[in-house]
Design a protein around this ligand. Structure first.
Ligand code: GLU
Length: 329
């Protein structure tokens, strides 16, 4: 999506909000926000969702004139935090930094989720799409995907991989890798990529599928070795890291996205105000620069586009999840 479109859409939405307020048709948006807003991150601190949320929340605070406070409510593959927002007062003061986990993969992979990804939320904006990456502790003697496959085949019971939790894109990445490469390794779910990363850097677990925003600095520092990215194309900020697909597993693809959601029934004018603020944050040069560092593609959508995206993602990943046999209790 072209940046100019984002700008014009954001200013259009903001303009419409102002018009409606001026006409006196909506009282709520005029005073919104008059206190701090809680942005729930459904994963632990230090993970990709947390990184993206803190960057965006800071800019939104400046724009809205009220603090947007990030709160980590981690657990159950993002379910816990998402459910908190689904049940929150629909007044715009509690919003969710959702991901492909909370809004597409949890409902497909887990036998039941406590919320309905479509009916229980008012979409605000699709913010960014981020690559995932296969990383290993540098002590693991695998320098590329084929060497990792050879290692796993030679000793099928020996290795395990860390992820941000059951029902997340990192869990999907690992299980899809196992099924397409014909290898085995044990899945160790954490409450987010932050704590998972600690254990991989400490070599308690040798392998991890992570989101690039959280692994990026560790790859650059050499505390993690990146074997491949999970996207169809290489990540522009890591041009030397191949894709898994080009490393001998053609057709392999996963990615993550982050999007803001409010509880269903949040008034449209408040959603509009939050949408304008989030989209404005994305075009800030400092924010755009940070996103570029870890190859996050900035989108910035209308609420309707995010609603359509969730529907499309649920349809897209269903056959992949079914094919990799990863449904869980
Ligand atoms: N992998 C998770 C997701 O994209 C996020 C991990 C994290 O932020 O800790 O849904």
């Amino acid at each position: 999506m072209a940046l100019s479109n984002i700008v014009s859409r954001a200013s259009l939405a903001f303009g419409l909000g102002l018009l409606a307020a001026a006409a006196g048709t909506v009282a709520s948006a005029q005073s919104f926000p008059d206190r701090s807003i809680t942005m729930i991150v459904p994963f632990a601190a230090g993970g990709s969702t947390d990184v993206v949320a803190r960057i965006v929340a800071q800019k939104m605070s400046e724009d809205l004139g009220q603090q947007v406070i990030v709160q980590n409510v981690a657990g159950a593959g993002g379910n816990l935090g998402a459910d908190n927002v689904a049940r929150a007062e629909p007044d715009g003061y509690t919003i969710l930094m959702g991901t492909v986990a909370t809004h597409a993969l949890n409902p497909l992979i887990l036998k039941s989720t406590p919320y309905d990804a479509e009916k229980d939320f008012a979409p605000i904006s699709l913010l960014v799409v981020v690559p995932n990456v296969l990383v290993v502790n540098p002590e693991l003697p695998a320098k590329n995907v084929q060497e990792l496959i050879a290692l796993l085949k030679a000793d099928p019971d020996k290795y395990s991989y860390a992820s941000s939790g059951n029902g997340t894109p990192l869990h999907l990445s690992g299980e899809l890798f196992k099924s397409m490469a014909g290898v085995d390794m044990q899945h160790i779910p954490y409450k987010g990529a932050g704590p998972a990363l600690n254990d991989v850097i400490g070599n308690q677990v040798p392998i991890m599928f992570d989101n690039l925003p959280s692994s990026s600095s560790h790859i650059k520092a050499g505390t993690l070795r990146a074997l491949a990215v999970t996207t169809a194309e290489r990540a522009p900020s890591f041009p030397d890291v191949p894709t898994i697909a080009e490393s001998g597993i053609p057709g392999y693809e996963t990615y993550t996205w982050n999007a803001l959601f409010a509880p269903a029934k949040t008034p449209a004018d408040i959603v509009s105000r939050l949408n304008a603020s989030a989209n404005k944050a994305l075009i800030d040069p400092a924010v755009a620069g940070r996103m570029k560092e870890f190859s996050a593609t900035i989108v910035g959508s209308t609420p309707e586009e995010l609603g359509a995206h969730v529907k499309a993602e649920l349809a897209k990943w269903k056959p992949v999840v079914d094919g990799a046999h990863i449904q869980m209790e």
